[in-house]
Design a protein around this ligand. Structure first.
Ligand code: ADP
Ligand code: MG
Length: 624
């Protein structure tokens, strides 16, 4: 076959293969055009998941009638002069409209501010119609019908209306975060309406828009980021470690206002949270980077969602540093959703019990001469689990209100009259502290404490694990941790490469107080263990460490690796749930938590304590 020049339409359809993947990509390109045109209101309407119709209406600067043919022609743009390094707009390639026009039926109708009549052009499967006059408000309306009618192969790959609709909403939401001053309306027979009113383009307005999109609970569970390094500015919000998701889809990143998907940014976020989150949890983040356009290449892929930074190290360092610092500064701060969820659970149960009283269930049971105590309510709803249904005032295991933890207080050495008085005084001071005064230990793991205006429940296992971890990390920068000698060295059999890896890290492990050496092929001998861990299962500890080191060896920096080792050790050394604590031990733990940054979450990112405000408790009981 001879070599031939491809037709204009073929070229456009090939470009469309990359730029226009699905209806959501059309919406993305059209919304970007509207934003580049300075619109303050953008209205998007779709039908059939966007495959039958997409219409984007804006009140931007419009296109003069004489330029309409250029707008739908390839490589024609009003946004780029001759410096590819100075891109200040979202678009710059001049290929979105011709690409769409080559695979769909597109009409472009527009009017500029200084013209008193509008004009329209159409392009269908690459065939352009002449420009004709049309009535129009100031701004532009782009209508795209029958997407991919000209490329049936692509049409087959569409996932169904629902999925395409969702992808479109996602594009609009993602973009809208970066333009809080613009009103967005997304509507159509195939979707619920999404209306985003304009808010100020200041920190308050931005957070307001973010809350509209990420959910109202995000602002109170996030911290603000604002940092700058060598001309690169980073701002936005990141969630506290107890507010996470199971995947990274809720991480939004913008470079000079452009929504991007970027491995470097995602990696930096992971690095920043490595300390406080398990690997399968992901923070929710909204981060804006602004920098000189010459410092970043956005011309990586036709969809313009990938970027390359001139100085990736600088950007990564800025993100990791800024997030870590913000997390540290936030200090102890439990997730409010923990408490909110608890409140909701309380409410639901109360409501249900209340309803239970008036259903028919109640009467037949009553006629069976069941007693009129609260117990009876339980019998009337046998489908409900026992634990959660123990009616108020019913003796628990015949002990009345005295839970075993409380009983321990009474039986302990502090139970004498004088000490009790002493506690009374001490309590008042302790109650002024942020984690308050310990009052009881329940279910052998939860410390109940009281401040002047709240009730605090601490997960002692999680809290202690965190404290041990922080102590281990501190040891990295100061003297090695004390160790305790084993009477007999303990031999641990391992895979050869695990043994080798451990031996390689022997010096590091020694800093933590773990002394081991090679013991023939496929084994190590452990001579000393970290004193901070107390009695510990050496075999398990060494095996876990081998796993951890293998996991982190190739990818992470030394510091990340050391922290991972510390986390693994901490897990072995913490007060297991089930250990009874004395009141002074509990108070000591609370004070240590207050003094330790980051102790509001355990190493796995779960909260170490929750706080229920007295006001909320009162609300639960209908006192407010
Ligand atoms: P690009 O955005 O890369 O320039 P497009 O194919 O998306 O390429 O658009 C081509 C040109 O059409 C733009 O440069 C712009 O001048 C004009 N245009 C497209 N959409 C609009 C709009 N909504 N308002 C004003 N001008 C527009
Ligand atoms: Mg464009």
């Amino acid at each position: 076959m001879p070599i031939l020049q491809l037709s204009e339409t073929m070229v456009n359809q090939i470009a469309a293969g990359e730029v226009i993947e699905r209806p959501a990509s059309v919406v993305k390109e059209l919304v970007e055009n509207a934003l580049d045109a300075g619109a303050s209101h953008i209205e998007i309407v779709t039908a059939g998941g966007g495959l039958s119709l997409i219409r984007v209406t804006d009140d931007g600067m419009g296109i003069p009638a004489s330029e309409l043919p250029l707008a739908v022609s390839r490589h024609c743009t009003s946004k780029l002069s001759d410096d590819i390094n100075a891109i200040h707009s979202l678009g710059f390639r001049g290929e979105a409209l011709p690409s769409i026009g080559s695979v769909a039926r597109l009409t472009l109708r527009s009017r500029t501010a200084d013209s008193d009549s509008g004009a329209e052009i159409a392009i269908e499967g690459g065939r352009m119609s002449p420009v004709r006059p049309a009535a129009a408000n100031r701004g532009t309306i782009v209508e795209v019908r029958d997407l991919f009618f000209a490329t049936p192969a692509r049409l087959k790959f569409m996932k169904g209306e629902r999925a395409e609709s969702t992808a479109t909403s996602d594009v609009v939401r993602r973009t809208a975060i970066a333009f809080p001053a613009v009103r967005f309306t997304l509507a159509g027979a195939d979707r619920a309406i999404l209306e985003l009113p304009p808010v100020g383009d200041d920190p308050k307005g931005r957070l307001n828009r973010i809350a509209r999109i990420m959910g109202a609970e995000f602002p109170e569970n996030s911290i603000e980021i604002d940092a700058e390094r060598e001309g690169v500015r980073l701002s936005g919000h990141v969630s506290i470690p107890s507010f996470t998701r199971a995947n990274a889809l809720h991480q939004y990143a913008y470079v000079n206002g452009r929504p991007v998907r970027d491995k470097l940014i995602a990696g930096a976020i992971r690095g920043a949270y490595a300390d406080v989150l398990p690997r399968d949890r992901h923070p929710v983040t909204v981060l804006f980077l602004s920098l000189d356009p010459a410092m970043v290449d956005v011309n990586v892929h036709p969809a313009k969602a990938d970027v390359r930074f001139r100085d990736p190290g600088l950007v990564r360092g800025l993100i990791v540093g800024a997030i870590r610092q913000a997390l540290a500064q936030a200090g102890i701060r439990p997730a409010t959703t923990g408490a909110a969820g608890l409140m909701a659970a309380f409410r639901a149960e109360t409501a249900e019990r209340w309803r239970g009283n008036i259903t028919s269930e109640w009467r037949p049971a009553a006629t069976q001469e069941a007693s009129r105590t609260a117990d009876f309510i339980y019998e009337a709803s046998p489908h409900r689990p026992l634990d959660h249904d123990q009616p108020i005032g019913t003796p628990v295991n015949g002990q009345g209100f005295a839970e075993s933890g409380q009983a321990m207080f009474d039986a302990g050495p502090l139970a004498s009259a004088d000490t009790r008085a002493g506690w009374g005084v001490a309590n008042d001071t302790l109650m002024g502290r942020s984690l308050g005064a310990a009052r009881a230990q329940v279910h052998q793991n939860y410390i109940v404490a009281q401040t002047h205006d709240s009730l605090i429940i601490v997960d002692q296992h999680a809290a202690h694990e965190r404290l041990v971890y922080e102590a281990l990390k501190t040891a990295l920068h100061s003297r090695p941790l004390p160790s305790q000698m084993l009477l007999m060295p303990e031999i641990v059999d391992l895979a050869e490469d695990d043994a080798e890896r451990l031996a390689l890290h022997a010096e590091t492990l020694r800093r933590f107080g773990l002394v081991l050496e090679r013991f023939g092929p496929g084994a190590v001998a452990v001579r000393e263990t970290p004193a901070i861990l107390g009695e510990t299962n050496v075999q398990q500890l060494v095996r876990d460490l081998a796993d951890e080191i293998a996991d982190h060896d190739t990818v992470d920096t030394l510091v990340e690796r050391l922290h991972a080792i510390a986390a693994t050790m901490a897990c072995h050394g913490s007060v297991r749930s089930g250990r009874l604590l004395k009141p002074d031990e509990m108070n000591a733990l609370l004070r240590q938590m207050e003094a330790t940054p980051g102790s509001a979450t355990c190493n796995h990112g779960r909260p170490t304590y929750i706080e229920l405000k007295l006001a909320d408790i009162e609300r639960l009981f209908g006192r407010r």
